[in-house]
Design a protein around this ligand. Structure first.
Ligand SMILES: Nc1nc2c(c(=O)[nH]1)N[C@H]1C(S)=C(S)[C@@H](COP(=O)(O)O)O[C@H]1N2
Ligand SMILES: [Mo]
Length: 299
């Protein structure tokens, strides 16, 4: 963010950067079609690469927005494997490179709306979660999917902190039809390059119509379950963070309104505040998943 003026307490002060400034390897992927009717694309202004890499929530590395960029380099991501468990035809532990060898990468340009009322437009590279789920063939009693983040205190300073509020590992979940929706994405890159560690390398979930905390990073385990799984923020404070966590400007967070958001880059003089859309603007694609549900009760 060279030269930009950042609002107090909003963006971290510039710091001397290390490995996160390295040029990450480029990926081969199919560019997004510039058609917003699918939800795969938006022509809104992209957040700068530096903002996406330096303004993060990844509590495994600390609670400040610049902690993940500072400290996630300690996380080793190669080799990486994902364990598939539960109600599935083909459980097991699989090397990420073997999973990816059967998959074509594509670009998606999505809005990311954090429950803290800031947002960014991010050009991800990855593939639909449905493509991965189909490889492992869930059984008919698989009604939910749970995701688990790497749990490695030696490389994650937040896991060694005695003041940490989360019960590690970080876990998240989706209903199986949400998981199979074509918008639900697994990202392995952004801006055409491999995913920076602070953004959840080597593989993270992106669920654009839900608050950002559903988009779990650095996934090591995927479980297929019959019952609704525990999720980290819901376990911590169920009155503030629901299982569904669909972006909804009508349901306020107990401590702040969700009616509007600060779109990054956001500065003190130019906060770039805009109204928040139901389902973060993806209602046309996903509202039918919730027909008949009271979204105030199931928030
Ligand atoms: N494992 C893990 N995943 C996580 C988080 C986290 O603390 N730990 N934070 C979530 C929150 S609150 C948000 S807003 C997004 C932020 O993603 P980004 O840093 O790539 O923008 O990651 C989500 N995924
Ligand atoms: Mo968030």
């Amino acid at each position: 963010m060279a030269g930009s003026l950042l609002s107090a307490g909003v963006m971290a002060a510039p710091f001397s950067v290390g490995a996160e400034q390295q040029i990450l390897p480029a990926l081969r992927y199919k560019k997004v079609t510039e058609d917003s009717s699918t939800g795969y694309y938006t022509n809104e202004m992209l957040a700068p690469y530096d903002d996406i890499k330096q303004y993060n929530n990844f509590y495994e590395f600390g609670m400040n927005k610049d902690d993940p960029a500072r400290y996630s380099e300690a996380m080793s991501i190669d080799p990486w494997s994902i364990t598939i468990e539960g109600a599935v035809e083909k459980p097991g532990t699989f090397a990420l490179e073997d999973i990816l060898s059967k998959i074509d990468l594509e670009e998606r340009i999505y809005r990311l709306r954090c429950v803290e009322a800031w947002s960014m437009v991010i050009p991800w590279v990855g593939f639909p979660l449905a493509d991965l789920i189909k490889q492992f063939q869930p059984l008919s009693n698989a009604k939910y999917v749970q995701f688990v983040t790497l749990n490695r205190p030696s490389e994650m300073r937040g896991l060694r902190s005695r003041t940490s509020i989360i019960d590690w590992p970080y876990v998240e979940g989706l209903r199986i039809d949400e998981a199979m929706n074509p918008l639900t994405f697994l990202a392995t890159g952004l801006y055409g390059r491999q995913l920076p560690k602070q953004n959840g390398a080597p593989i993270r979930l992106v669920v654009p119509w839900k608050y950002g905390f559903k988009s779990i990073k650095s996934i090591v385990k995927i479980r297929f379950l019959e019952k609704q799984p525990a999720t980290s923020w819901n376990t911590l404070q169920s009155s503030e963070y629901g299982f569904y966590a669909n972006v909804n400007p009508e349901v306020e967070h107990p401590r702040w309104s969700q009616k509007s958001e600060r779109r990054l880059p956001s500065t003190f003089f130019s906060p770039n505040r805009m109204l928040t859309e139901p389902f973060n603007g993806y209602g046309e694609q996903v509202a039918s998943l919730y027909s008949g549900m009271d979204l105030r009760k199931f928030y």
